[in-house]
Design a protein around this ligand. Structure first.
Ligand code: CA
Length: 229
């Protein structure tokens, strides 16, 4: 079954462009021009991800996202026409998974959709009610991770990388896998970016616990998180 992507966008031309780009990449799409029916649609259809315009005629997209979050953890990618809205969206107080500023390339949006789906499906295989690694606590909604009860100040990609490790302690992830899982558009990034981010994460963890280096390097293979933390 193809993943179903719900597009909530009041401009038909933009919605059409997105639908076309997604359908050529093997997605099913559904379109709603305003927000009123979105909650009931999500409850009744197997929607994998929502692309949500912030500026809808009947409801602010961010308010709608909050309503969606009360019911489900379904991934949401925002479309915004105004750069000043990004702070709110990226602050992720409303629980969005990613955003794009108009005008955007449909190809890039499709890449983001794939990245978010990879990330969320890879992570949801773990049982969320169990913390596999007690030294760390993840707050998915706020995009915060605490380490031995101290909050880490992480960039977006540092957060995603560390989250991947924490949910699968002991598993070795290659740089390619980490890039695919954590980055929105892996094609646009260089391999060494993973190394640079891991180095930053290590530095931040070390500040809290200087005597522990929980991320292990496996030469030629990749990285893993220590299992016995
Ligand atoms: Ca709009």
């Amino acid at each position: 079954m193809k993943p179903l992507i719900l597009i909530v966008e009041d401009e038909p031309a933009i919605a059409d462009t997105i639908r076309y780009a997604l359908s050529t990449e093997g997605f099913d799409t559904s379109w709603q021009a305003n927000g009123g029916q979105v909650l009931s649609y999500i409850e009744n259809e197997p929607v994998s991800l929502v692309i949500l315009d912030v500026g809808l005629p009947d409801i602010n997209g961010m308010e709608l996202c909050k309503e969606i979050r009360k019911k489900t953890q379904i991934p949401v990618i925002f479309l915004t026409a105004r750069a000043e809205e990004i702070d709110k969206v990226v602050g992720l107080e409303i629980g969005a998974d990613d955003y794009m500023v108009k005008p955007f390339s449909p190809r890039e949006l499709t890449a983001r959709v794939k990245a978010v789906l990879r990330r969320t499906s890879a992570l949801s295989h773990g049982n969320d009610s169990i913390t596999p690694c007690p030294a760390f606590q993840i707050d998915d909604l706020k995009h915060k991770i605490t380490y031995f009860s101290s909050a880490l100040d992480l960039s977006k990609y540092e957060f995603h990388l560390l989250e991947i490790f924490i949910k699968r302690p002991g598993q070795i992830f290659s740089r390619d896998t980490l890039m695919d899982m954590a980055w929105d558009d892996p094609d646009m990034s260089m391999d060494r970016t993973v190394d640079a981010h891991i180095k930053n994460i290590r530095g931040k963890l070390k500040k809290i616990k200087p005597d522990i280096d929980p991320i292990q390097t496996h030469r030629g293979l990749g990285y893993s998180l220590k299992e016995d933390l």
